[in-house]
Structure formats: C-alpha cells, structure tokens
Ligand binder design. Sequence first.
Ligand SMILES: C=C(O[C@@H]1C=C(C(=O)O)C=C[C@H]1O)C(=O)O
Length: 441
Amino acid sequence: MTSTLRTLTVPLDEDATAGGLPSFLVRDDALCWTRREDGLVAFGELTRFTGSGPERFLEADIWWRHMVIEADVEDHVGVPGTGPLAFGTFAFSKTSPFESRLILPEIVVGIRDGRSWLTQLTLDDVELTEAGARAALAGWLDVPDTGLEAPARGSTGVGLSFTLKSGSLSEEDWKQAVADGVAEIRTGKLEKLVLARDVVATLPDGVRPAEVLRNLTRNYRECWTYGVDGLVGATPEMLIQVEGRTAQARVLAGTLDRRDAEGVAGSPMDYAERVLAGSEKQRHEHEIAIQSLTTQLAPFSEAMNAHSEPFILELPNVWHLASDVKAELADIEGHVPTCLALINALHPTAAVCGTPTTVAGELIRRLEHMDRGPYAGPVGWLDAAGNGEWGIALRGAVIESPTSVRMFAGCGIVEGSVPETELAETWAKFRPMLESLGIQR
Ligand SMILES: C=C(O[C@@H]1C=C(C(=O)O)C=C[C@H]1O)C(=O)O
C-alpha cells in the first residue's frame, strides 16, 4: 500500500454510454452529479476527509491539495472532471454535528459536451491499464437486479404504502416559527430569514436510492441531481461552478407553485411573469440574495457580471426568480482561489440563511428546532485542476435507514410573509423528492 494517488483517465466510446448517465445509476451506493446529458457517476471509496466546525471548508481544501499535489495522473481526455476527483457534502451550519465529507471514489464515468470518459483511481501500487479500468467498471455495474426495466414506483397507479410525518416541528408550530420570524424582521434586526422544516417518509417496502436518482435526473433536467453518501436531491441553485478562471453562480429567491396557475385564464408563463416577476416582495427577496453573493464574490474576482433583471426559471414543480452571475477569478500571486476557498467565503448565502447572516443564523437555530445537517449546505465535486461544481443541497433528503427518508424544504421570509403561504411553498418544494420516491400527495 502506498499513499500516493494514481489515476488513469481514458475515453469511452459512444456504445458504452449510449444510455446516458442514468444507465450507470444502477447501484444504491453510486455517487452522482448530473444535469441534462452531462455529469459524473462514481463507485467505490478509496478514502475520505471528514470534518466539522467553522474551518470545515478550509480543512477539506488542505486535505484535497495534499492528496493531489503528488498524484501520478495519466489523463487522455483532459476536461474538467477528468483525473483525480472527489465528491463532497458539507454541513449547513458550523455548529452541526453532521460530518462534512469529501469522498475519493475508485471509478468515475463522466460525460461532458458529448465526450465520455472513465477514470480509475488507486492508492495501491497496482498497475493501471485501460483494460483494467473497463473491467473494474464492469464489476461495479454487475448487480443482479438493476430495476432499470421496471416501471418507476408510483407510475403504475398502484398505491405505494408509506407514511409521511412532520419532523422536528408540526405544521402549526412551524407556521408559528414563521410568524415569530416575521415579528423579528419587523423589529428591524434583520431583513430576511430563511426558515426550513423537515418531514420524514417511511416506506416499508424499502427506499431505492438508485431509482430516486434516475427519476430526479429524468424529471428535473434543469436541476443538478446529486447523490453523495445518503444525501440525494435535485437542486436548481448553483453556489459556485469553477472552470479554469471562470466562476459562475445561479442565485434563486422568489418562488411560485406551478399548481397555483391551474385554472387561471391566460398562459401559465404570463401568470408567472405577473405574479412572480411583478411582485415587489419577491423581487426584494431576490435583490437581497444577489447582493449577498456578489459582495462576497467581489474580493476574489477581476470582473463580474450579473443580469440586471432576474429571469423566470421554470421547473416541473415551481417557478423561481433566478439570476446568473459570472466572474473572472483574480490571480493572486500566481494562485486562483480554489472552489473550497470560494465556498468558505460564499456559504451561507442569503438565499438559504438570510441577511445579515449572523443574526439570521442565530434565529434559524432558535426557531427551526432542528439540525439542518447537509440540507442547504454545499454539495458537489472538485478535481485536481481546481475545477468543480458545488450546488446548494436543496430539494433533497437524507436517507436515514433502508426504509426512511428525511426531506427538507425552506422559504425566504421577509416582512410581508404569510405563514400559511410559506407552508404551502414547502410542500411544493418537497414535491421533487416525494414524486421520485413514488409518493403521491
Ligand atoms: C430554501 C429553499 O429554497 C430557497 C428559497 C427560495 C425562496 O424562498 O423563494 C428559492 C430558492 C432557494 O434559494 C429550499 O428549497 O429549501
């Protein structure tokens, strides 16, 4: 056993990836990051970083840089995501007992802009060959019942047995927490607060994580579907995506349930334009989120641009007010900031915490009565060249046991927020997970 990381990346031909990345989502322990046709699916675990507390991002950064500095890399593809790669999930809160982690997998399949590849990673002194890498992948894919041919659960019309219960707070208590949050905002202590709640689904027939990931990938193509060590979901919000010296973020704040447009005259998009883009409250909420991100990103950037007007992002369950921000990262003494250094500065954004951050963070702890764990924390991947994609772990869940799943959803609260409306919004945000578990509500 040596501790030097060695990796081999080889191209995969079209035949091997004809079914797209979902065809590799056949194991419940897969690591996954996909959007539209692109993404990464990985298997196995060579080693991991774990950490907690306020320094978790910087400790992970140091760990990763040590891991890759002396890595022996043979890369025949050379795009972001090839070579050494780790998946990660981080706690939302610096006080959370949840262990933030980076996981170094054994085998990675990647697709990006029509190019496909396979990477094998090792810490042993075995020889890495193309044939060996293909055989290793075949071994990971050789699972008895992939469920790929079976209809997705809930799609047969046959009722699935499940129970769905409020987690830390009942609906009534959570609405009271929202009202308390609004009262705090009215005192002028803070402008915006994001309050979340959890619900627990129990499925006596068992949770099937691979099927959940396939459903999310198929149905939420505009979102980034993630699966890392029991945390699964499909987020529409990009905390930071780094490719070379370019960093991008997608900031969301302002939500409208698409079901609200049912039965309303005119086109649904006109309705969204009127009710979402035309709402003073929603635009204010959005403005706060954009301000917080751009202020934190500015010290790391040479140039930055953001749309002057938010656009409407249409998802199967909701519409959001969205803004994309693009920055050219500054080269400070020959170094471009790493993904994890950027995350350290950006997290938590006003979109998931509030403004000002410390006041909102303290109120979240007091009013939510739960540990968010990895919910609303960064989730994603990074490579040795400094590229990476880190979404905010929203519209997701933690698989807590073979039969139970804890889902999380939250809402931005401002002075004009109405508890009942916010509660309804959480149900719209639970929908991607409920549907992909086969739960009809
Ligand atoms: C907090 C969540 O979503 C965030 C809150 C939003 C809002 O309040 O409008 C919109 C998108 C996200 O930034 C969540 O999905 O749990």
